[in-house]
Structure formats: structure tokens, C-alpha cells
Design a binder for this molecule. Structure first.
Ligand code: AHG
Ligand code: MN
Ligand code: MN
Length: 335
């Protein structure tokens, strides 16, 4: 085989589209549209420091134009690509209070809805640290041709057709699953394509990394405090003490733990009794990927993907990552 042979995201999607015979290419086109948006967002993220799109929305740049924050730009770019692609009838975004209806002429028979966190890790935008985009695709449940409703979005995560994230890191990667394993694609800027670089990603059953905002420790349930202490104890056979790694971009923390093994926790705290992270935009897609890679994801009480959503912006606690590590944390939580 030629050393020049590559598989682009577009080629990979087409090769796999027989996994969705009923979608007849529509679903593939939707994934393609998300890939296009990801490339444009990646370009904007890369030149953010030069382009005066950092900082607070509403302020003026030196040309007297309104500065748009990168998360607003990412939101608009995703909505634009999904609108013009014609396969999505509505979007629920972390950045919008209500669902965004798409009623362009090309999308009147669209059969899919998308949920997204257009820019995850906003606190890291201004300081050149990895950030991401997270997305889910569902088939609508209301009739085609009628306006989508929240009912289309209040589907359990286990109904998701595809979930994925893009990480804007030292390179830009798109990682997604359609329920048949997890595949990762790295953006090759020289040809402007995502190329298959991490086929069939698997998360190790064990790891040495725990990712939690320990600054909130005093506000956490006792079981979690005890679990953190256990992670910090020295015990050679179990590779402890573990390393603490917490970037503050869920996508980046998950991506590292998916590659190396680890646990990511955003627990309930006194201040945020339901945790901070959003079920529809963050926890569901990430949980689908982690489970598909062989890991585990739970609120501490139930599997994330089995939760019946009842609010677009609903938050849930999350324990997510290497299976044995999540089980250990649960043991402490439920003691
Ligand atoms: P967003 O930037 O989309 O609002 O998400 C930020 C999230 C998530 O990416 C991260 O894991 C978490 O907030 C960090 O929260 P703390 O600063 O409370 O630890
Ligand atoms: Mn987020
Ligand atoms: Mn966000």
C-alpha cells in the first residue's frame, strides 16, 4: 500500500454509510456538514489571537466593529453549516435559550436534529489552551415537514445516532461514534482534510489520571472526598498515587483520558447540586464515545445515556472514563 494513502473523514463516512441504510446518504451528509463547520471553527480558533475575536462579546475592536466572542462565532458557524447542508431541521445549542428552527428551502424534509456545545472550555479561549466542540445527532420524532419541537430533543442518549467532539489542541482532531466503535481524525492543514489517524479507539480499563476540580473539594460529598484521598495514597500495585490532571475544558480532559486511561468527574457540590455539565450538549455525547470505547459513564446513580431529559439545559453530575476507575469511585460514593 502506498505510503501516501490516506482516508479522509468524507471517504470514511461514505465507506461506513451502509451502517445506516435507512438514511440513504442523508445522515452521511449531516456528518460531513459538521466536519465542514469544524474546519472553519478550527481556522478561527487558530487565528484568534490575531483576529481580535478573543474577549468579551459586545466590546468594539479598533475598527469600531463589535467583537464577537469565539463561542458565539462557533455557534453561528455550526448553525450556518447545518442550515445550508439541508439535513438538519433544528438545533439545540448551549448558546441559545430555545431550539433554533431551520426552515431553509433545502431543509424542509430534514429528518435529523443536532445538539451542540459549539465551544467547550470557554475559560481557556483567551489563554491559548485546548478547547473543543461537542455534538450529537438524533432522528426527529415529530413528523417530517412540521416544525421541530423540544420533544425531538428530549430523547434519551441511548437513542443518539452519532456523538462526537472536535478538539482544537496541538493539532485539531475530530472524534466520533455512530455506535460501531470510535474513530479519530486529525486535520491535515496542508490539504484541509480530517484524515483517519486513530481508528477504533479504546479506553484502557485502568488508568493513573484523575480529573476533577479539586478547588471545590470542601463542597463535595464525603464519598468523593474519600475517593480523592484514595487516589492520592501511595500503593505501588495499583499505581497510586495517581496524577491529577484538570484542564477545565471537558473535551480536552476526556480526550487525554480516552487516550491514556483515567477518570473525569464533575460531581454534585453544595453550590451546584446537579453538577455543572449539561446533559444534552456535553454529558450525552461524551458518554456515548466513552462507552463505545469500552469505558463507563454515570451520574453516580444511573447510566447517563438512560436519563430521560426534561429540560434543554439540564445539568447532571458525571463520572466518566476507564471502567475500573469509575467503579472504584462509585464504591466510595455509595459507601
Ligand atoms: P463551557 O465552556 O462550554 O461553558 O464548558 C465549560 C465546562 C467544561 O468544559 C469543563 O469541564 C468545566 O466547565 C469546568 O468547570 P469548572 O471551572 O467549574 O471546573
Ligand atoms: Mn462546555
Ligand atoms: Mn460552551
Amino acid at each position: 500500500m502506498s505510503k501516501f494513502k490516506i482516508t479522509t473523514l468524507g471517504q470514511f463516512i461514505i465507506e461506513r454509510q451502509n451502517e445506516y441504510p435507512e438514511a440513504q446518504g442523508a445522515f452521511s451528509r449531516l456528518l460531513r456538514d459538521i466536519g465542514i463547520a469544524a474546519k472553519v471553527i478550527s481556522r478561527e480558533v487558530n487565528r484568534a489571537g490575531l483576529a481580535e475575536i478573543l474577549g468579551e462579546a459586545g466590546k468594539e475592536n479598533i475598527q469600531g466593529e463589535d467583537v464577537k466572542k469565539l463561542d458565539i462565532i462557533a455557534n453561528e458557524l455550526m448553525i450556518d453549516c447545518l442550515t445550508r447542508g439541508g439535513e438538519c431541521c433544528a438545533i439545540a445549542s448551549e448558546e441559545d435559550d430555545d431550539i433554533v428552527q431551520i426552515d431553509s428551502p433545502v431543509s424542509k424534509n430534514a429528518n435529523y436534529v443536532v445538539t451542540m456545545d459549539p465551544l467547550d472550555g470557554s475559560s481557556n479561549i483567551d489563554v491559548n489552551v485546548s478547547i473543543g466542540t461537542i455534538f450529537c445527532i438524533y432522528k426527529r420524532v415529530t413528523p417530517i415537514g412540521t416544525p421541530a419541537t423540544t420533544e425531538d430533543f428530549f430523547q434519551k442518549g441511548n437513542k443518539m445516532l452519532a456523538g462526537g467532539y472536535v478538539i482544537y489542541g496541538s493539532s485539531t482532531m475530530l472524534v466520533y461514534t455512530t455506535g460501531n466503535g470510535v474513530n479519530g481524525f486529525t486535520l491535515d492543514p496542508s490539504i484541509g482534510e480530517f484524515c483517519l489517524s486513530h481508528p477504533n479507539m479504546k479506553i484502557p480499563k485502568d488508568g493513573k489520571i484523575y480529573s476533577i476540580n479539586e478547588g471545590n473539594r470542601l463542597e463535595m460529598p464525603e464519598g468523593i472526598k474519600d475517593y480523592i484521598s484514595w487516589c492520592q495514597e501511595a500503593d505501588k500495585p495499583t499505581n497510586r498515587p495517581y496524577s491529577a490532571r484538570y484542564i477545565g475544558s471537558m473535551v480536552a480532559d476526556i480526550h487525554r483520558n480516552l487516550s491514556k486511561g483515567g477518570i473525569f468527574i464533575y460531581p454534585p457540590t453544595a453550590k451546584v447540586p446537579n453538577g455543572k455539565l449539561r446533559l444534552l450538549y456535553e454529558c450525552n455525547p461524551i458518554s456515548f464515545i466513552i462507552e463505545q470505547a469500552g469505558g463507563k459513564s454515570t451520574t453516580g446513580k444511573e447510566r447517563i445515556l438512560d436519563i430521560q431529559p426534561n429540560d434543554l439545559h439540564q445539568r447532571v453530575p458525571i463520572f466518566c472514563g476507564s471502567e475500573n476507575m469509575v467503579n472504584k469511585a462509585l464504591e466510595y460514593l455509595n459507601k
